[in-house]
Ligand binder design. Sequence first.
Ligand SMILES: NC(=O)c1ccc[n+]([C@@H]2O[C@H](COP(=O)([O-])OP(=O)(O)OC[C@H]3O[C@@H](n4cnc5c(N)ncnc54)[C@H](OP(=O)(O)O)[C@@H]3O)[C@@H](O)[C@H]2O)c1
Length: 246
Amino acid sequence: MRDADACRRAAEGVDVVVNCAAWTAVDDAETAEPAAAQVNATGAEHLAVAAREAGARLVQVSTDYVFDGRATSPYAEDAPVAPQSAYGRTKADGERLAVGAHTDTLVVRTAWLYGAHGRCFPRTIAGALDQRDTLDVVDDQVGQPTWTADVADLVLRLVAADAPAGAYHATSSGQVSWHGFAQAVAEEAGTDPARVRPTTSAAFVRPAPRPAYSVLGHDALRRLGIEPIGDWRERFAVAAPSVLGR
Ligand SMILES: NC(=O)c1ccc[n+]([C@@H]2O[C@H](COP(=O)([O-])OP(=O)(O)OC[C@H]3O[C@@H](n4cnc5c(N)ncnc54)[C@H](OP(=O)(O)O)[C@@H]3O)[C@@H](O)[C@H]2O)c1
């Protein structure tokens, strides 16, 4: 990502470049913003230039952290970006630089990802419930838990539909707090959701501010006749066996 020539080589002969790479250590970025920006902003620009030169479309994966998290209704795709953290600023710059370098860029924002590989919230919660009687989870941040398989599927559908360049939101529908999501994990793991107790963010102060409201709208998809991902709880029920491995 930081090496423009390596990006060029990677994009050679390719029809669509999907940029999933990022500096995602949200808290570390607060004290290492230039290093995060090298990947999330400059790196995205390198890939955009490489895609343009290769005649490929670019899918720039982005995040809810580009918004201020203070809204009370879902963020539209064209809502003004106002990141509140270093990570969010670098990702917002990545969107801007990618679109500036390559007009055929689809900015695909996602959020609250979980999947079968790597660390993710549901597996952490399920593991903690195996170890402890009760858990305290924040109930003052809401968002849309989203399965990585659904994001991949939506990216494929956008490309297959030859969607116009622009911003799209690849999140589940509905909304829930981390506490509510943790209770859903308990349900899917076959244990009592009351073991997950609500608490507030004040009990978990971290270096980077977390958006209180991370709910994204899906009107741009609907206008194209592309079905959004669907309700977060229904999708989690489908995903849970593979994600929780039980
Ligand atoms: N996780 C979420 O809830 C979430 C929410 C919203 C948006 N997103 C976005 O979704 C995308 C994927 O996130 P993720 O959670 O899957 O992140 P992740 O697990 O941290 O994966 C990021 C990937 O980027 C690679 N990478 C980092 N620096 C690189 C560099 N300089 N050159 C090449 N590759 C580099 C990493 O490779 P190594 O493993 O080799 O370091 C890793 O494979 C990102 O754009 C992120 O901003 C994620």
